[in-house]
Design a binder for this molecule. Sequence first.
Ligand code: PAF
Length: 282
Amino acid sequence: MKQAETIRQVREQISRWKGDGLSIGLVPTMGYLHEGHESLIAASVQQNDRTVVSVFVNPMQFGPSEDLQAYPRDLQRDAALCEAAGAALLFHPQPEEMYAPDFCSFVDMTGLTEGLCGKSRPTHFRGVCTVVMKLFQIVQPDRAYFGQKDAQQLAVIRRMVRDLDVPVEIVGCPIVREADGLAKSSRNSYLSVPERRAAPVLYRALCRGRELLEQGERDADRVARAVRDVLAQEPLARIDYVSVVDAGSLQPVSAVERDVLVALAVYIGNTRLIDNITCQIS
Ligand code: PAF
């Protein structure tokens, strides 16, 4: 596996591969890779001739009081994992490589970025869209891979690509969970032992929501309330939001008539975790 720290090195490698007619998959990450990322790399390796993984803790998507400095990093371990998973190139730029001191161009989106996580993280998706668009320009992948755990991010990126005619296929991959249901996340490493024990309450709460919908409940408020009730039983959990939204548009629904996403963000101690479940309504 090759490694690159500069945009120029990546461009040179990509143009050699493109010259040979090879297809390229991109897996954008912020590193501290886990089985969720591994599943994205595996999907890309299967569907493309060459897979590029980017590891970049993107300062632009962190709010002023968020965990940019504390965000876990382990490039050596990430490189070993990428290599074992079959990646052909690991791109790990420094912030100065991605953002010139006078950087002032952004990809901004209205609507889709304003609900759910956008409410408590108002500048987050502007940072995500800007860096992902830059990575698309640098790598020019045929396909790019994102996890369904960040359901809003996936929807936002699909919309950006459609609205701005970016020639890349966006592939969404299922959430990978621990045995007790906790969705894999780099941020799980922040959890103390008691917090880690408490964290599966997110998935238990989502499953309660799904159970009600499967039993025929169609009032979204009642579903959300039941999810909150499960979370309320866990003293270490503090709810940021619980929402029942249309699975396609991510707009809140009151009566459930089509497939919905039950989505939540919950603080366990100081760590904000997100999770979601898609419920098919037949
Ligand atoms: O999902 C992430 O890890 C990040 O938001 C992404 C897509 C790599 C952009 O920095």
